[in-house]
Design a protein around this ligand. Structure first.
Ligand SMILES: Cc1ncc(COP(=O)(O)OP(=O)(O)O)c(N)n1
Ligand SMILES: Cc1nc(C(=O)O)sc1CCOP(=O)(O)O
Ligand SMILES: [Mg+2]
Length: 201
């Protein structure tokens, strides 16, 4: 499966409404701390925008709600995966992306035959506290050898200047949050990401 090389991750449907129309084709809705009714509203709104713009929506964490709302792709971390019903996710026809941070997690992820594997944090991230040290670029090449044809997503501390480095090491997709959402001009930065990833599209 070919995924767009630019993977935007945001925490609201409002961000999706704002940035997806610029040409984003792969977006994750990553919401923390919201009640179920709110999550359903957000997922529904995000899905509507993504359908209009032929953008692949990936729902983080909330796989049951994603199934209920008719979404087709979820992202799970290792703790999410441990509690998830992967059979139910697959039975619903959903694609599945998985986080990995070390060898043991990669073994666990590959056993679930994911639609992509994410490796992070490649660089230090300010989005959330992480118990893993930055992986560094060499680790991407190692991961790509292990995942083979499964798309490899690089995440953590990426910015426009770091994109070429992760693709040179074998990443198929670069994921980003704060380089865009904390930028003084998120629309302009999104356009920069679209241009900078064009050669891998
Ligand atoms: C593309 C991508 N990679 C990694 C993560 C992190 O998932 P997880 O470890 O479950 O942490 P949270 O994002 O849920 O805090 C991700 N969301 N997306
Ligand atoms: C949500 C997330 N997961 C990571 C992992 O390593 O699993 S790094 C990360 C944060 C990515 O945000 P930014 O692009 O702002 O660094
Ligand atoms: Mg998670």
């Amino acid at each position: 499966m070919k995924l767009d090389p630019f993977y935007l991750i945001v925490d609201s449907a409002a961000w999706i409404e704002r940035l997806v129309p610029l040409g984003v084709k792969l977006v994750q809705l990553r919401i923390k701390d919201m009640d179920e009714a709110g999550l359903c509203r957000e997922i529904r709104a995000a899905k509507a925008v993504c359908e209009r713009h032929r953008c692949q929506l990936i729902v983080n964490d909330y796989w049951r709600l994603a199934i209920d709302e008719g979404c087709d792709f979820v992202h799970l971390g290792q703790e999410d995966l441990a509690e998830a019903d992967v059979k139910a996710i697959r039975h619903a026809g959903m694609k599945l992306g998985l986080s990995t941070h070390d060898d043991a997690e990669l073994d666990t992820a590959l056993a679930a035959a994911p639609d992509y594997v994410a490796l992070g944090p490649v660089y230090p991230t300010i989005l959330k506290a992480m118990k893993w040290a930055p992986q560094g670029l060499d680790r991407i090449a190692l991961w790509k050898r292990r995942v083979g044809a499964t798309p490899l997503v690089a995440i953590g501390g990426l910015n426009v200047d770091r994109i070429a480095g992760v693709f040179a090491q074998g990443a198929d997709v670069a994921a980003v949050v704060t380089d865009i959402t904390l930028n003084a001009d998120p629309e302009a930065r999104t356009r920069e990401w679209l241009a900078a990833t064009a050669q891998w599209r």
